[in-house]
Structure formats: structure tokens, C-alpha cells
Design a protein around this ligand. Structure first.
Ligand SMILES: Cc1cc2nc3c(=O)[nH]c(=O)nc-3n(C[C@H](O)[C@H](O)[C@H](O)COP(=O)(O)OP(=O)(O)OC[C@H]3O[C@@H](n4cnc5c(N)ncnc54)[C@H](O)[C@@H]3O)c2cc1C
Length: 87
């Protein structure tokens, strides 16, 4: 049974994912964020398979991919020694 009204603290991935799922189940969701700027930190976000599968389940994968770049492999290059490792 889903409670009728739910308060979620924080607009992070966890809070937003919970809000989407709870709303699908009919709950009235209130999402609050302490940071008025709702800043992001860093230059970009890299997401791997498990996160993308979760996004698909939430129904937001296509919208997410429309704003990003999908690729099949990642190359990690340590500063020293200078060689590549591909995963
Ligand atoms: C520099 C950096 C780069 C990263 N890069 C990646 C990456 O490329 N790929 C990746 O998968 N992960 C990355 N991460 C990790 C990723 O950011 C976290 O795993 C993810 O944000 C966790 O989500 P969350 O919703 O649990 O918490 P958060 O994103 O921390 O969200 C919690 C939210 O709650 C708010 N909050 C806190 N206290 C209160 C309160 N009392 N009242 C109201 N609101 C409150 C906070 O302001 C925040 O917005 C990175 C992290 C950092 C710091």
C-alpha cells in the first residue's frame, strides 16, 4: 500500500527516482531541496549500465539519452605509465 502523501528531502537522483516511482503508484509527492541554486558539481556525469537500466524502468531513459552521448566503451588513461586500458 502506498501512503497518500509523501515528503522527499533532496532533489538528487535518489529523491527524483523515488518521486517518479511513488507518483506512478498514485502517491501525492512533495519534493524539497535545501540548496536554492540546485547546483551541479563537476563538468559532466558518466552513467553505466545499472543506472541506465534504472532510468529505463523509470521511463526517463529516452529523454536522458536525447541530451547526452551514448558510447559502447570507455578508455582509461593513467598519467604514468602512459598506456591505455580499454573496458
Ligand atoms: C564531483 C562529483 C562527480 C560525480 N560524478 C559522477 C558521475 O559521473 N557518475 C555518477 O554516477 N555519479 C557521480 N557522482 C556521484 C553522484 O553525484 C552521487 O552518487 C549521487 O548524486 C547521489 O544521489 P543522491 O540523490 O543519493 O544524493 P545527492 O545527489 O547528494 O542529493 C541529495 C540532495 O539532498 C539535498 N539535501 C540535503 N540535505 C537536505 C535537507 N536537510 N533538506 C533539503 N534538501 C537537502 C542536497 O542539497 C542534495 O541536492 C559524482 C559526485 C561528485 C561529488
Amino acid at each position: 500500500m502506498t501512503p497518500e502523501r509523501i515528503l522527499i528531502i533532496g532533489y538528487g537522483f535518489s529523491g527524483m527516482a523515488a518521486a517518479i516511482e511513488l507518483r506512478k503508484n498514485g502517491a501525492e509527492v512533495y519534493l524539497v531541496e535545501i540548496d536554492p541554486e540546485w547546483r551541479n558539481y563537476g563538468a559532466g556525469i558518466s552513467l553505466a549500465g545499472p543506472t541506465l537500466r534504472a532510468f529505463r524502468q523509470l521511463g526517463v531513459l529516452d529523454a536522458f539519452l536525447a541530451h547526452g552521448n551514448a558510447h559502447e566503451t570507455v578508455s582509461l588513461r593513467p598519467q604514468s605509465p602512459p598506456r591505455y586500458q580499454q573496458t
